[in-house]
Design a protein around this ligand. Structure first.
Ligand SMILES: NC(=O)c1ccc[n+]([C@@H]2O[C@H](COP(=O)([O-])OP(=O)(O)OC[C@H]3O[C@@H](n4cnc5c(N)ncnc54)[C@H](OP(=O)(O)O)[C@@H]3O)[C@@H](O)[C@H]2O)c1
Length: 220
């Protein structure tokens, strides 16, 4: 499958490694330009491109940049993607350490992914946001393995969500349907499921135990 990855840091880099290993045709971009991604391209066989080119022909586009950088993404970012493409959003809002205060999230109560959707102009599927980047490399397990971890996946577009869940299964993880993007506060930072390394039952339980109140440490 053709996959575009926008952001080549902890998460984007490791997704590039695993998805190329599985035989996918991966294009990867960062903010500084493809010439700064030659080492990752050589290591993995991915194609280093500009952010504006990453989505071309892609069935799945992964947006994995710090939240504060989402507004810097180029206009037309998703132009030329394949028919029916899905966008994965791995983002988290860290107002104090990294992103600064975002009023639409804090005052208007938008979930982090709803805010991102509005910036990029396309629905997203929220996945990997509570997954340790290293686990993408170290913890894949075959289906049915009792040690297999489960990841919550939220999104409004059922077909796109299914496409993303199938890809995550191929990567070696179970998934739990965490509802729509308005429900995705259940998997935001500091919720019980965030960073939880457990299987389907525990992830389902943790999602149900989340509180919609934004924790004090995650307010700008
Ligand atoms: N680290 C984790 O374990 C983890 C786990 C789950 C979720 N997340 C979330 O996933 C997102 C990415 O995290 P990360 O740790 O992978 O970030 P990171 O290591 O800081 O990497 C960020 C990447 O985004 C790129 N980028 C920034 N602005 C861009 C732009 N305008 N256009 C294209 N690329 C741009 C950066 O490129 P340059 O280097 O060229 O600037 C870099 O490759 C964050 O929201 C984070 O909270 C992280």
């Amino acid at each position: 499958m053709k996959i575009g990855i926008i952001g080549a840091g902890n998460i984007g880099g490791n997704l590039t490694r695993r998805l190329t290993a599985l035989g996918h045709d991966v294009s990867v971009a960062n903010s500084r330009g493809p010439e700064t991604l030659t080492a990752l391209a050589q290591e993995t066989g991915a194609t280093a491109v500009t952010a504006a080119e990453a989505a071309r022909g892609a069935e799945i586009v992964v947006v994995t940049v710090p939240l504060k950088n989402v507004p810097d993404l180029p206009a037309g970012l998703l132009d030329g993607a394949a028919e029916g493409f899905a966008v994965i959003d791995t983002g988290n809002y860290y107002p104090r350490e990294r992103d600064g205060r975002i009023d639409a999230i804090e005052d208007d109560g938008l979930t982090e992914s709803r805010w991102t959707e509005r910036r990029i102009g396309h629905p997203v599927i929220k996945a990997f946001n509570g997954t340790y980047a290293q686990d993408i490399l170290d913890r894949p397990r075959p289906a049915g393995d009792p040690e297999r971890l489960a990841l919550p996946v939220a999104g409004d577009d059922a077909a796109a969500k299914e496409k993303v869940r199938l890809l995550i299964d191929e990567l070696g993880f179970d998934t739990v349907d965490a509802g729509g993007i308005d429900d995705s506060w259940r998997q935001q930072p500091d919720t019980p499921v965030y960073g939880l390394r457990e299987g389907v039952d525990a992830v389902t339980k943790a999602l149900s135990e989340a509180s919609p109140e934004r924790p004090e440490g995650f307010r700008g």
